[in-house]
Design a protein around this ligand. Structure first.
Ligand code: GDP
Ligand code: IMO
Ligand code: MG
Length: 494
């Protein structure tokens, strides 16, 4: 039986918003262009769609959301790109990861480093949301919030935290340290923030604590009293000389944090769904990069969440199909922090030269980032898995004066050439990059503001990346500052 068509009068009002793109969830999952004309609720291409002719119920009309994700192993300059897009959005949402992320944003002579807080905190018109898929260390969150306020950012009541998000507790950090130590040279090289152990707890369910539990004093204290003795057995076995957990202290510290966070903890899922259905423009801020995705990345050398575009729906509660534009950010070269295969790595003087020029030291841990040539195989894979519409190419200025450049366009594995990313870490470990040489440039490009301002070799380099990744370029970044940006196509939300 086909669903009944409701009368147009029963539909919610078409949002009166200046964004000329509307999205109809049920009937036209593709992108709908141009504003609706009077008497229509949506258009597909140039064709107006009348409600009376729609074969089944038109469920909701919403402004399509935007998302920004990393296409490499993190630190692609997502923070900078999100900051640029924030101006044209109303809500910025973090939906996965935790304080393993480090997003640096520069403008007005100031540098801001965000870890768990959405980059939207930096702009006063924006509501920031930490969604259900994020893992939260409440003490770290408050430290970050306080340092932002001390730095002059008016945070007001602009932060909302999902009651469904999971809480990182002291035992998660201790367990992670013990496991990483045990793995020796095969360690993942994690950020030691308790991210993986907290996500493992979430999957295990019984010993997990959510923000909704944290802000309920009795429930939280009971959970800690129940969990700690069990955790202590495991921790003692892993590390007999290790720190002993102090139940009273944990309850005291976390309850004090809960008292401050309680007003911010809410059902963000319901709030976001309503916000989108009433015309708010949502911007999703990815953390880490697609190659660190727990399912689609270079497992096991990954983080423990879905850090590709795949995590947006599960981590926020907002349907993936309501995202109108997904921008994938990629550095003009490649970096990686921690262990794991890296086919285009330059473990030599050239790698060091790029590290220095790009200031490639981790925002969170200060570790030197491993540097290498742009890997179009891995980046194309990420772009396809997430279905990004376009790419932002960042840190192009770092390659000025490096000499001729190489881009990896295929891997050779056991004598076979492939453009696909192998699932097996051993295969990726032995993959030899098939490199394409592209001429370099010597000019300083940090003042370029139009694509044509770039030296022709730099233009050609960007075009080659675009061709090999099979995506158009939306933006080129030529320096860390907000202004040091070349916009090559209209940005979503504008
Ligand atoms: P994220 O984790 O993806 O947000 O990236 P990070 O902030 O960890 O790392 C990117 C670094 O590059 C930061 O220090 C930025 O300030 C800096 N950055 C961003 N874009 C550019 C650029 O185009 N050129 C240069 N030289 N630095 C940039
Ligand atoms: P942003 O958002 C780069 C890496 C760690 C380690 C692996 C697992 O700034 O791009 P974890 O602590 O998550 O269990 O560590 O993932 N990693 C990142 N690398 N940028 C990040 O975030 C990262 N977050 C985690 O170095 O190799
Ligand atoms: Mg980073």
């Amino acid at each position: 039986m086909s669903p009944a068509v409701q009368s147009p009068a029963s539909y919610p009002d078409v949002v009166t918003h200046d964004v000329p793109v509307f999205f109809c969830r049920f009937n036209f999952p593709g992108k709908l262009q141009s504003p609706p004309h009077k008497g229509t609720l949506a258009t597909r291409g140039a064709e107006p769609v009348r409600v009376t002719k729609v074969p089944c119920a038109l469920r909701v009309i919403i402004v399509p959301a935007t998302s920004v994700i990393g296409l490499q192993w993190g630190d692609e300059a997502k923070g900078k790109v999100v900051d640029i897009l924030t101006e044209n959005h109303d809500v910025v949402v973090r939906y996965q990861g935790g304080n393993n992320a480090g997003h640096t944003v520069k403008f007005g002579g100031n540098t801001y480093k965000l870890s768990l807080l959405p980059t939207g905190m930096l702009q006063s018109h924006v509501q920031s949301v930490i969604g259900p898929g994020v893992v939260i260390n409440p003490l770290a969150l408050l430290t970050e919030l306080d340092s932002l306020i001390a730095g002059g950012v008016d945070c007001g009541d602009r932060l909302m935290i999902s009651e469904r998000a999971h809480v990182i507790c002291p035992w998660h950090l201790l367990e992670e340290a013990a496991f990483e130590k045990q793995r020796g040279s095969k360690a993942i090289g994690t950020t030691m923030r308790g991210i993986g152990t907290c996500y493992r707890e979430k999957a295990g369910r019984f010993q997990a604590i959510r923000m909704g539990d944290l802000v309920n004093k009795d429930r939280f204290a009971n959970k800690v009293r129940e969990i700690v003795p069990l955790k202590q057995i495991v921790l003692n076995a892993l590390n007999p000389d290790g720190e002993q957990l102090n139940v009273g202290q944990i309850i005291e510290d976390y309850s004090a944090a809960a008292d401050r966070l309680r007003p911010m903890v809410a059902d963000t899922t319901a709030w976001l769904l309503n916000a989108q259905e009433t015309g708010k423009r949502l911007l999703f801020e990815g953390a880490q990069g697609s190659l660190l995705d727990i399912d689609h990345g270079t497992f096991p050398y990954v983080t423990s969440s879905n850090s590709s575009g795949c995590g947006i729906h599960s981590g926020s509660g907002i349907p993936e199909r309501s995202i109108g534009t997904m921008i994938g950010v990629a550095k003009a070269y490649t970096t990686r922090v921690g262990g794991g295969p890296f086919p285009t790595e330059l473990d030599n003087d050239l790698g060091e030269q790029i590290r220095i020029a790009g200031n490639e030291f981790g925002t969170v841990t200060g570790r030197p980032r491993r540097c290498g040539w742009f890997d179009a195989v891995a980046t194309r894979y990420s772009a396809r898995v997430s279905g990004v519409d376009s790419i932002a190419v960042a840190l192009l200025d770092v390659l000025s004066g490096i000499g001729n450049l190489q881009i990896c366009e295929a891997y050779e594995i056991d004598g076979k050439v492939t453009r696909d990313l192998p699932a097996c870490p051993d295969a990726l470990q032995i993959a030899k990059p098939v490199l394409r040489e592209v001429r370099g440039w010597t000019e300083d490009i940090t003042d370029a503001r139009n694509f044509d301002d770039l030296p022709s070799n730099a233009q050609q380099y960007v075009k080659t990346i675009s061709k090999l990744v099979e995506r158009p370029v939306a933006l080129v970044s030529v320096g860390p500052d907000r202004d040091q940006t070349i916009i090559t196509s209209p940005l979503p939300g504008s």
